[in-house]
Write a protein that binds this ligand. Structure first.
Ligand code: NAD
Length: 349
């Protein structure tokens, strides 16, 4: 175990980069994605080498320990920095919280390292960023990676932690056809649908539009469930009716916010809203949508209202920031119990 978890102090000289894959960002999503990717790569070729990197050392330690327990003999190592992770592997996957972390990992770690590599090694390197972040930041990072001679795709995901665990994610990919074709076989080990959306940042554009819908949808599902319960309906009956009617959507039929409303499923509400998509991340995505909409001159009044509501929720209930965003139901419920009308600062065109 000790040798497998050794620090990579001689990376680049001792390891063949072509057989190695680095994964940076082992959070709720990254942990599951890296696990699927590495276990399937190991099954395909057990001489593959895996490198993990995270700002929290315990995350990489526990990932490696679990992986080695499941796959004895696997060659998995910890990189202390994105620079080490880049020196170690020809494929670098990043799954970070948002723009500031991507800027720091790429601009201070990956890109300067790519610039120092021999041209052939830089040429063979592929960066895949699955973070949901600002379109402009993604474009600029991809430009610098490309100028360093390497290839890059933005490949944000849809499907949540459940999809990451089950390897059923949808990857929305932006980049050249060549980069897409290089990334596709790897992404297929972590997801089910790999969609080329267009040039660099197109995947991100698609992801932001999807989450604009999702952020609004989860609030209105919370409102409807609360109203229905107040009108005396059983949450399970109401959910079943809506799921088979025109109001059906992922937020009611999969991510239902009311415990026991989906007897055959286990959404985050069944675990005190743990383990899903954090409210803080949803607030971030609503912000990404309003920023890019403002730049494009496109009105998003419901998106802005939802953004204001999530912001107020986190301000008043900081304990819900890390919980699944379906906990907006709890926020609305508390407002109802206190006799408050939630006034999120509606912005209408
Ligand atoms: P997370 O906060 O759980 O994980 C992020 C990880 O990045 C953490 O382990 C953190 O320590 C690490 N990190 C942060 N800064 C770093 C740095 N400088 N160097 C190395 N590691 C660093 O977030 P998550 O839920 O896994 O989400 C990741 C991305 O995926 C976000 O952009 C999110 O919007 C998107 N996403 C999440 C979900 C979901 O359901 N959680 C669904 C779809 C998309």
């Amino acid at each position: 175990m000790k040798t497998s978890l050794r620090l990579l102090n001689a990376i680049g000289r001792s390891l063949p980069r072509s057989r190695s894959t680095s994964f940076i960002g082992l959070g709720r999503m990254g942990h599951e994605m890296a696990y699927n990717l590495f276990s399937k790569q190991f099954a395909q070729a057990n001489e593959s080498q895996f490198v993990v990197c995270d700002a929290i050392p315990e995350s990489t330690q526990s990932f490696c320990s679990n992986f080695i327990k499941q796959y004895p003999g696997a060659n998995i190592s910890i990189a202390n920095t994105p620079e080490e992770a880049t020196l170690a592997s020809q494929t670098i996957i990043t799954m970070l919280p948002s723009s500031p972390q991507v800027l720091s990992v790429y601009n201070d770690g990956i890109i300067p390292t790519l610039r120092k590599l021999p041209a052939i090694q830089a040429h063979n390197t592929l960066c895949i960023d699955s973070t949901t972040l600002d379109v402009d930041v993604a474009r600029s990072v991809a430009k610098y990676v490309t100028e360093a001679g390497s290839q890059m795709v933005d490949a944000p995901v849809s499907g949540g932690v459940t999809g990451a665990k089950a390897a059923t994610l949808a990857f929305l990919v932006g980049g050249t056809i060549t980069a897409f074709e290089k990334a596709q076989p790897l992404l297929a080990l972590m997801g089910q649908r790999i969609i080329h959306c267009g040039p660099s940042s197109a995947g991100l554009g698609a992801k932001i539009c999807n989450n604009l819908i999702l952020g609004v949808q989860q609030i209105v599902v919370g409102e409807a469930m609360l109203l229905g319960t107040k009108l005396g309906l059983d949450p399970a009956v109401l959910s079943s009716v809506i799921s088979s009617s025109t109001g059906n959507c992922w937020s009611i039929s999969v991510n239902n916010p009311v415990p026991h409303a989906l007897p055959e499923k286990s959404p985050p509400c069944e675990r005190e809203y743990e383990g899903g998509f954090a409210t803080a991340l949803m607030l971030k995505d609503m912000g990404l949508a309003s920023n890019v909409a403002a730049l494009a001159g496109c009105p998003v009044p419901l998106g802005q209202t939802a953004e204001a509501l999530y912001a107020r929720m986190i301000e008043e209930r900081p304990d819900l920031a890390r919980k699944d965003f379906s906990s907006v139901y709890r926020f609305l419920e508390k407002a109802m119990e206190e006799g408050n009308t939630v006034k999120p600062g509606v912005v209408l065109p």
